[in-house]
Ligand binder design. Structure first.
Ligand code: CP
Length: 317
Protein backbone atom coordinates (compact mmCIF):
# COMPACT_ATOMS: atom_id res chain seq x y z
CA UNK A 1 0.00 0.00 0.00
CA UNK A 2 1.62 3.32 -1.01
CA UNK A 3 -1.28 5.68 -0.27
CA UNK A 4 -4.37 5.65 1.93
CA UNK A 5 -7.24 7.94 1.07
CA UNK A 6 -10.27 5.62 0.79
CA UNK A 7 -11.57 2.14 1.60
CA UNK A 8 -10.30 0.78 -1.73
CA UNK A 9 -6.69 1.39 -0.66
CA UNK A 10 -6.86 -1.00 2.30
CA UNK A 11 -7.77 -4.10 0.27
CA UNK A 12 -9.53 -6.95 2.09
CA UNK A 13 -11.43 -5.63 5.12
CA UNK A 14 -11.23 -9.05 6.80
CA UNK A 15 -7.44 -8.96 6.57
CA UNK A 16 -7.31 -5.35 7.76
CA UNK A 17 -9.47 -6.16 10.79
CA UNK A 18 -7.34 -9.23 11.60
CA UNK A 19 -4.21 -7.08 11.40
CA UNK A 20 -5.82 -4.47 13.65
CA UNK A 21 -6.65 -7.10 16.27
CA UNK A 22 -3.08 -8.46 16.14
CA UNK A 23 -1.67 -4.96 16.65
CA UNK A 24 -4.09 -4.40 19.51
CA UNK A 25 -2.67 -7.48 21.24
CA UNK A 26 0.90 -6.15 20.95
CA UNK A 27 1.32 -2.54 19.78
CA UNK A 28 5.10 -2.75 20.03
CA UNK A 29 5.68 -5.87 17.90
CA UNK A 30 6.97 -3.79 14.96
CA UNK A 31 9.17 -1.16 16.60
CA UNK A 32 12.07 -2.04 14.28
CA UNK A 33 9.98 -1.33 11.16
CA UNK A 34 9.93 2.42 11.73
CA UNK A 35 13.45 2.83 13.10
CA UNK A 36 15.20 5.85 11.53
CA UNK A 37 12.05 6.62 9.54
CA UNK A 38 10.20 9.94 9.88
CA UNK A 39 6.50 10.69 9.68
CA UNK A 40 5.50 14.26 8.83
CA UNK A 41 1.96 15.15 9.89
CA UNK A 42 0.60 18.26 8.18
CA UNK A 43 -2.50 19.97 9.55
CA UNK A 44 -4.40 22.59 7.60
CA UNK A 45 -7.20 22.26 10.23
CA UNK A 46 -7.50 21.64 13.97
CA UNK A 47 -7.46 18.18 15.58
CA UNK A 48 -7.32 16.41 18.92
CA UNK A 49 -7.83 12.69 18.21
CA UNK A 50 -6.15 12.47 14.82
CA UNK A 51 -3.10 14.36 16.00
CA UNK A 52 -2.56 12.30 19.16
CA UNK A 53 -3.60 8.87 17.92
CA UNK A 54 -1.58 9.07 14.69
CA UNK A 55 1.49 10.33 16.50
CA UNK A 56 1.15 7.53 19.07
CA UNK A 57 0.70 4.93 16.33
CA UNK A 58 3.88 6.10 14.58
CA UNK A 59 5.80 6.08 17.87
CA UNK A 60 4.57 2.51 18.53
CA UNK A 61 6.21 1.61 15.21
CA UNK A 62 9.50 3.20 16.27
CA UNK A 63 9.21 6.26 14.01
CA UNK A 64 10.30 9.84 14.52
CA UNK A 65 7.39 12.26 14.13
CA UNK A 66 7.25 15.89 13.00
CA UNK A 67 4.04 17.93 13.10
CA UNK A 68 3.40 21.05 11.03
CA UNK A 69 0.38 23.27 11.67
CA UNK A 70 0.23 25.14 8.40
CA UNK A 71 -1.82 28.00 9.80
CA UNK A 72 0.30 28.49 12.92
CA UNK A 73 3.96 29.38 12.45
CA UNK A 74 4.39 28.31 8.83
CA UNK A 75 4.18 30.51 5.74
CA UNK A 76 0.64 30.88 4.48
CA UNK A 77 0.27 28.58 1.49
CA UNK A 78 -1.35 29.28 -1.84
CA UNK A 79 -3.06 26.14 -3.15
CA UNK A 80 -4.34 27.27 -6.56
CA UNK A 81 -2.17 27.39 -9.68
CA UNK A 82 -2.18 30.54 -11.81
CA UNK A 83 -2.86 32.92 -8.94
CA UNK A 84 -0.84 36.17 -8.90
CA UNK A 85 0.63 35.86 -5.42
CA UNK A 86 0.41 39.51 -4.38
CA UNK A 87 -1.67 38.81 -1.25
CA UNK A 88 -0.84 37.37 2.17
CA UNK A 89 0.22 33.91 0.94
CA UNK A 90 4.01 33.76 0.81
CA UNK A 91 4.59 30.26 -0.56
CA UNK A 92 2.95 27.99 -3.10
CA UNK A 93 1.99 24.44 -2.24
CA UNK A 94 3.82 23.28 -5.38
CA UNK A 95 7.20 24.28 -3.87
CA UNK A 96 6.25 23.50 -0.28
CA UNK A 97 5.15 19.90 -0.97
CA UNK A 98 8.42 18.54 -2.45
CA UNK A 99 10.39 20.46 0.21
CA UNK A 100 8.32 18.79 2.95
CA UNK A 101 8.75 15.44 1.20
CA UNK A 102 12.54 15.84 1.31
CA UNK A 103 12.52 15.84 5.12
CA UNK A 104 10.49 12.68 5.75
CA UNK A 105 9.57 9.15 4.64
CA UNK A 106 5.76 9.22 4.99
CA UNK A 107 3.30 12.14 5.00
CA UNK A 108 -0.11 12.42 6.69
CA UNK A 109 -2.33 15.31 5.59
CA UNK A 110 -5.44 16.90 7.12
CA UNK A 111 -7.22 19.33 4.82
CA UNK A 112 -10.97 19.94 5.13
CA UNK A 113 -13.46 20.96 2.47
CA UNK A 114 -13.88 24.71 1.98
CA UNK A 115 -17.63 24.11 1.41
CA UNK A 116 -17.75 26.94 -1.14
CA UNK A 117 -16.98 25.13 -4.38
CA UNK A 118 -18.24 21.54 -4.57
CA UNK A 119 -16.20 20.69 -7.67
CA UNK A 120 -12.94 21.80 -6.05
CA UNK A 121 -13.73 20.01 -2.79
CA UNK A 122 -14.71 16.77 -4.49
CA UNK A 123 -11.58 16.85 -6.68
CA UNK A 124 -9.54 16.62 -3.45
CA UNK A 125 -7.00 19.09 -4.82
CA UNK A 126 -4.83 19.41 -1.70
CA UNK A 127 -4.23 15.74 -0.86
CA UNK A 128 -4.00 14.81 -4.54
CA UNK A 129 -1.19 17.36 -4.95
CA UNK A 130 0.65 15.82 -2.00
CA UNK A 131 0.32 12.40 -3.64
CA UNK A 132 1.56 13.77 -6.97
CA UNK A 133 4.42 16.02 -5.88
CA UNK A 134 5.78 14.83 -2.51
CA UNK A 135 7.51 11.67 -3.74
CA UNK A 136 6.37 9.96 -0.51
CA UNK A 137 3.56 7.63 0.53
CA UNK A 138 0.68 9.86 1.65
CA UNK A 139 -2.26 9.09 3.90
CA UNK A 140 -5.37 11.08 4.71
CA UNK A 141 -5.90 12.37 8.22
CA UNK A 142 -9.27 13.67 6.91
CA UNK A 143 -9.52 15.21 3.50
CA UNK A 144 -12.29 17.20 1.82
CA UNK A 145 -14.59 14.26 1.13
CA UNK A 146 -13.43 11.33 3.27
CA UNK A 147 -12.02 10.49 6.72
CA UNK A 148 -10.79 6.93 6.22
CA UNK A 149 -8.75 6.57 9.46
CA UNK A 150 -11.96 7.39 11.35
CA UNK A 151 -14.07 4.97 9.31
CA UNK A 152 -11.53 2.18 9.77
CA UNK A 153 -11.58 2.78 13.55
CA UNK A 154 -15.40 2.78 13.42
CA UNK A 155 -15.35 -0.58 11.63
CA UNK A 156 -12.92 -2.07 14.16
CA UNK A 157 -15.21 -0.84 16.97
CA UNK A 158 -18.35 -2.35 15.42
CA UNK A 159 -16.53 -5.66 14.92
CA UNK A 160 -15.52 -5.65 18.60
CA UNK A 161 -19.00 -4.84 19.94
CA UNK A 162 -21.36 -6.60 17.53
CA UNK A 163 -23.30 -9.56 18.88
CA UNK A 164 -24.75 -10.77 15.58
CA UNK A 165 -22.98 -11.49 12.28
CA UNK A 166 -24.98 -8.91 10.30
CA UNK A 167 -25.82 -5.99 12.61
CA UNK A 168 -28.16 -3.16 11.65
CA UNK A 169 -26.06 0.01 11.54
CA UNK A 170 -27.91 3.34 11.27
CA UNK A 171 -26.12 6.57 10.41
CA UNK A 172 -28.27 9.51 11.47
CA UNK A 173 -27.91 13.19 10.67
CA UNK A 174 -28.22 15.33 13.82
CA UNK A 175 -28.29 19.12 14.26
CA UNK A 176 -25.24 21.37 14.64
CA UNK A 177 -24.98 25.17 14.58
CA UNK A 178 -22.16 25.35 12.02
CA UNK A 179 -21.63 24.04 8.51
CA UNK A 180 -19.63 20.81 8.65
CA UNK A 181 -18.13 18.88 5.72
CA UNK A 182 -19.57 15.61 4.42
CA UNK A 183 -16.25 13.79 4.85
CA UNK A 184 -17.15 11.67 7.90
CA UNK A 185 -20.60 10.53 6.68
CA UNK A 186 -19.33 9.95 3.12
CA UNK A 187 -16.48 7.87 4.41
CA UNK A 188 -18.54 5.95 6.98
CA UNK A 189 -21.05 5.09 4.25
CA UNK A 190 -18.28 3.99 1.92
CA UNK A 191 -16.82 1.65 4.55
CA UNK A 192 -20.19 0.30 5.67
CA UNK A 193 -21.11 -0.41 2.05
CA UNK A 194 -17.94 -2.49 1.80
CA UNK A 195 -19.25 -4.78 4.57
CA UNK A 196 -22.31 -7.05 4.55
CA UNK A 197 -23.98 -5.14 7.42
CA UNK A 198 -27.58 -3.95 7.16
CA UNK A 199 -26.81 -0.25 6.61
CA UNK A 200 -29.40 2.54 6.81
CA UNK A 201 -28.94 6.31 6.47
CA UNK A 202 -31.49 8.74 7.93
CA UNK A 203 -31.57 12.51 7.49
CA UNK A 204 -34.02 15.34 6.80
CA UNK A 205 -34.91 15.96 3.16
CA UNK A 206 -32.30 18.22 1.54
CA UNK A 207 -29.35 16.49 3.25
CA UNK A 208 -28.90 13.78 0.59
CA UNK A 209 -25.25 12.75 0.25
CA UNK A 210 -23.35 12.10 -2.97
CA UNK A 211 -24.95 8.93 -4.45
CA UNK A 212 -21.44 7.59 -5.01
CA UNK A 213 -21.08 7.24 -1.23
CA UNK A 214 -24.69 6.28 -0.45
CA UNK A 215 -24.30 3.25 -2.71
CA UNK A 216 -26.79 0.52 -1.82
CA UNK A 217 -27.63 1.89 1.63
CA UNK A 218 -31.30 2.25 2.50
CA UNK A 219 -32.21 5.95 2.90
CA UNK A 220 -35.07 6.47 5.39
CA UNK A 221 -36.36 10.00 5.99
CA UNK A 222 -38.28 9.00 9.14
CA UNK A 223 -35.59 8.92 11.83
CA UNK A 224 -37.72 6.99 14.33
CA UNK A 225 -38.53 4.32 11.77
CA UNK A 226 -34.84 4.05 10.87
CA UNK A 227 -33.92 3.48 14.52
CA UNK A 228 -36.27 0.48 14.91
CA UNK A 229 -34.26 -2.67 15.62
CA UNK A 230 -30.87 -0.94 15.18
CA UNK A 231 -27.76 -2.43 16.77
CA UNK A 232 -25.56 0.63 16.26
CA UNK A 233 -26.55 4.30 16.01
CA UNK A 234 -23.85 6.42 14.36
CA UNK A 235 -24.69 10.11 14.76
CA UNK A 236 -23.13 12.86 12.68
CA UNK A 237 -23.98 16.28 11.34
CA UNK A 238 -23.19 17.33 7.81
CA UNK A 239 -23.99 20.33 5.64
CA UNK A 240 -26.00 20.07 2.43
CA UNK A 241 -24.34 18.35 -0.53
CA UNK A 242 -26.94 18.99 -3.23
CA UNK A 243 -27.03 22.14 -5.35
CA UNK A 244 -27.85 24.99 -5.00
CA UNK A 245 -27.34 24.54 -1.22
CA UNK A 246 -23.86 22.99 -1.19
CA UNK A 247 -22.21 23.66 2.20
CA UNK A 248 -25.30 25.25 3.76
CA UNK A 249 -26.95 24.59 7.11
CA UNK A 250 -30.58 23.91 6.14
CA UNK A 251 -31.83 22.95 9.60
CA UNK A 252 -30.87 22.98 13.25
CA UNK A 253 -34.05 21.11 14.21
CA UNK A 254 -33.44 19.48 17.60
CA UNK A 255 -36.20 16.97 16.86
CA UNK A 256 -33.29 15.14 15.18
CA UNK A 257 -31.12 15.09 18.33
CA UNK A 258 -30.41 11.52 19.46
CA UNK A 259 -32.16 11.06 22.82
CA UNK A 260 -33.16 8.17 25.06
CA UNK A 261 -36.71 7.97 23.62
CA UNK A 262 -35.29 7.28 20.18
CA UNK A 263 -32.62 4.91 21.52
CA UNK A 264 -35.50 2.94 23.14
CA UNK A 265 -36.74 2.11 19.61
CA UNK A 266 -33.51 0.27 18.85
CA UNK A 267 -32.41 -3.25 19.77
CA UNK A 268 -30.47 -1.83 22.75
CA UNK A 269 -28.12 -0.19 20.26
CA UNK A 270 -24.66 1.10 20.93
CA UNK A 271 -24.22 4.85 20.41
CA UNK A 272 -21.27 6.01 18.26
CA UNK A 273 -19.89 9.40 17.23
CA UNK A 274 -16.46 10.30 15.84
CA UNK A 275 -16.07 13.24 18.29
CA UNK A 276 -15.82 16.12 18.93
CA UNK A 277 -19.54 16.17 19.65
CA UNK A 278 -21.89 19.02 20.62
CA UNK A 279 -23.92 17.70 23.55
CA UNK A 280 -27.68 18.32 23.48
CA UNK A 281 -27.44 19.27 19.81
CA UNK A 282 -26.20 15.95 18.35
CA UNK A 283 -26.91 13.75 21.39
CA UNK A 284 -28.31 14.22 24.87
CA UNK A 285 -26.13 13.95 27.97
CA UNK A 286 -27.85 10.78 29.17
CA UNK A 287 -27.30 8.91 25.88
CA UNK A 288 -23.63 9.81 25.51
CA UNK A 289 -23.02 9.01 29.19
CA UNK A 290 -24.99 5.73 29.06
CA UNK A 291 -23.36 2.31 29.26
CA UNK A 292 -24.32 1.76 25.60
CA UNK A 293 -22.21 4.74 24.48
CA UNK A 294 -18.97 3.49 22.93
CA UNK A 295 -17.52 6.82 21.83
CA UNK A 296 -14.40 6.40 23.98
CA UNK A 297 -13.37 2.91 22.74
CA UNK A 298 -14.21 4.19 19.24
CA UNK A 299 -11.78 7.10 19.68
CA UNK A 300 -9.18 4.77 21.23
CA UNK A 301 -9.33 2.62 18.10
CA UNK A 302 -8.02 5.58 16.11
CA UNK A 303 -4.56 4.59 17.35
CA UNK A 304 -5.08 1.08 15.98
CA UNK A 305 -6.43 2.11 12.57
CA UNK A 306 -3.55 4.57 12.17
CA UNK A 307 -1.02 1.93 13.17
CA UNK A 308 -2.26 -0.58 10.58
CA UNK A 309 -2.11 2.09 7.87
CA UNK A 310 1.34 3.46 8.79
CA UNK A 311 2.71 -0.08 9.16
CA UNK A 312 1.55 -0.93 5.65
CA UNK A 313 3.03 2.29 4.26
CA UNK A 314 6.35 1.53 5.98
CA UNK A 315 6.31 -1.95 4.44
CA UNK A 316 5.99 -0.33 1.00
CA UNK A 317 9.17 1.78 1.34
N1 CP B 1 -12.62 12.38 14.97
C1 CP B 1 -11.58 13.20 14.69
O1 CP B 1 -10.99 13.15 13.63
O2 CP B 1 -11.24 14.02 15.73
P1 CP B 1 -10.22 15.26 15.60
O3 CP B 1 -10.86 16.24 14.65
O4 CP B 1 -10.11 15.79 16.99
O5 CP B 1 -8.93 14.76 15.06
Amino acid sequence: MNKFTCVGDIGSLDMAIREAMEIKKDRFAFTELGKNKTLLMIFFNSSLRTRLSTQKAAMNLGMNVMVLDVNQGAWKLETERGVIMDGDKAEHLLEAIPVMGSYCDIIGVRSFAGLKNKKEDYEEMVIEQFIKYSGRPVFSMEAATRHPLQSFADLITIEEFKTKPRPKVVMTWAPHPKALPQAVPNSFAEWMNATDYDFVITHPRGYELDPKFVGNAVVEYDQRKAFEGADFIYAKNWSAYTDPNYGAVLSTDRDWTVDSDKMALTDNAFFMHCLPVRRNMIVTDDVIESERSIVIPEAANREISAQVVIKRLLESL
